[in-house]
Design a protein around this ligand. Structure first.
Ligand code: SF4
Length: 453
């Protein structure tokens, strides 16, 4: 099949050309039930959306082209991660509103589907039972519209990874705690067929998946293909990440006899060599979230793949706030462990990190997988270790912040932070205060255009 590479110029012509070049609508019937799956999986409304979620501009253009084609039954579906920022409104709905997709519903009279509301169909993926949205399985033509971004666990998050949003919330968690994330992403893409993939590359994200750590860049590119494997191979190559090192693509290639030879892929439109970047996908959470605020003495070792975005996003947000409110402070040796993969042992941490004296087990997974550490404190090397549990699946933002404040701050400082946070929260709710973290200053530049959302 063909992968098209087309520069995005803001007009309807660029997505039209991208779809035409790869014959993306060749198999699309006018009476087909069409489902568009953007990446709108999580984002707090104050977080810059660039490179993190699909632009509503792209979705709007795709809907226009579908209507031109004569399609009548068009839906947009997503299942956002829930229960992370203590807010009550359903997350998918809030995501649709926050990124402007809700306006598309009204403009064209199409349907928005919140996958989290079900119904689901149970599938067995390599012995693991998961619930997949029926709307995704039952559509006649699924258009997968991810963002061009890197990911700190899976290296890239493109077409393959975007389908994780079709799972129920418990199944999303199961993908991580099964310790078989890459295999399950591969198998999910065998169960759900993407008929057309359109990678929204108006922006791309380095150190993704979110903009608390991630750095967005303007790219103005559309990558499209009816072949999800080739589309992701081209997308990863443009990001500067070897697709053969992306484990779920590697597994898919082995299972289906596919090749990573980019010269064997028919690419139409722009020259791929002129588009290649060298973006970083790796990062250490503490270095990115606390070092900029000159906060020292707290380590947050990389959790590996056994961490859901729900825990990752909440903790990233909490650490960003905590660092911002306590700049230049040294907390003397605390460590936060999350996900299933890490076993804190005093004096036995890897690399150059100092041994912690206080350990936070963050989230039910870390608590369950470190039961021994909570009960037995008589070994010499962990004798002086204090262990604090932050329960939840995931813990809420408020609970996380309170636990950090109570444990790491003295009383006057804690009350000061509580008071300031309460005032800021009220300001945010009333729309008169905007929280800005230092790395978000870049989004004031004109290349980041709010009207794309
Ligand atoms: S505790 Fe966190 S990492 Fe574990 S299943 Fe719940 S959300 Fe996922």
């Amino acid at each position: 099949m063909t992968v098209s590479l087309v520069k995005f110029d803001g007009s309807l012509d660029s997505p039209r050309r991208a779809i035409e070049l790869c014959q993306g609508f060749k198999k699309l019937g006018r009476n087909d039930r069409v489902l568009i799956k953007p990446n709108n999986c999580f984002r707090h409304r104050i977080m810059p959306p660039y490179g993190m979620v699909t632009t509503s501009k792209t979705i709007d253009r795709v809907v226009q082209l579908l209507l031109e084609h004569g399609c009548k039954d068009i839906s947009i579906g997503e299942g956002a991660i829930i229960n992370i920022f203590d807010e009550l409104e359903p997350y998918t709905k809030r995501g649709f509103k926050g990124t402007g997709i809700e306006k598309i519903e009204k403009k064209y009279g199409i349907k928005l589907i919140d996958f989290n509301q079900g119904p689901f169909h149970e599938l067995d993926l390599g012995g693991i039972k998961v619930e997949v949205s029926r709307a995704a399985l039952d559509s006649d033509f699924l258009i997968n519209v991810p963002v061009l971004k890197t990911h700190f666990q899976t290296k890239v998050s493109l077409g393959f990874k975007n389908l994780k949003g079709c799972l129920s919330k418990d199944s999303k968690k199961r993908f991580h705690i099964s310790k078989r994330l890459d295999t399950l992403i591969c198998l999910l893409n065998e169960a759900i067929n993407s008929d057309l993939v359109i990678i929204d590359g108006i922006y791309m994200l380095e150190k993704g998946p979110e903009t608390l750590v991630g750095v967005a860049h303007r790219k103005d590119l559309i990558i499209a293909s009816p072949d999800i494997f080739e589309c992701d191979v081209v997308g990863a190559t443009i990001l500067g990440i070897d697709p053969a090192q992306v484990d779920y693509l590697k597994e898919f290639a082995q299972r289906h006899g596919r090749s990573f030879d980019i010269t064997a892929i028919q690419i139409k439109g722009e020259d791929i060599d002129s588009l290649k970047e060298q973006l970083e996908w790796r990062f250490e959470p503490d270095e990115e979230l606390l070092t900029p605020a000159k906060v020292t003495g707290i380590s947050v070792p990389h959790p590996g793949q056994t961490l859901c975005s729900a825990c990752g996003a909440t903790l990233a947000f909490a650490l960003s706030v905590f660092g911002k409110d306590n700049p230049g402070m040294d907390f003397g040796g605390a460590a936060l462990y999350y996900g299933l993969g890490l076993k804190p042992e005093r004096g036995k941490e890897e690399g150059t990190r100092p041994s912690p004296t206080k350990v936070f087990l963050y989230g039910d997974c870390a608590i369950k997988s470190n039961k021994g550490l909570q009960n037995v404190n008589n070994e010499e090397d962990i004798q002086s270790l204090e262990v604090f549990l932050i329960e939840g699946c995931p813990p809420t933002l408020t609970k996380t912040l309170l636990a950090l404040m109570k444990t790491l701050l003295n009383k006057p400082r804690m009350f000061r932070m509580l008071l300031l946070r309460a005032i800021k929260l009220i300001g945010i709710r009333l729309g008169i205060y905007q929280e800005i973290f230092p790395r978000w200053e870049r989004y004031r530049s004109k290349e980041f255009d709010k009207t794309h959302f």
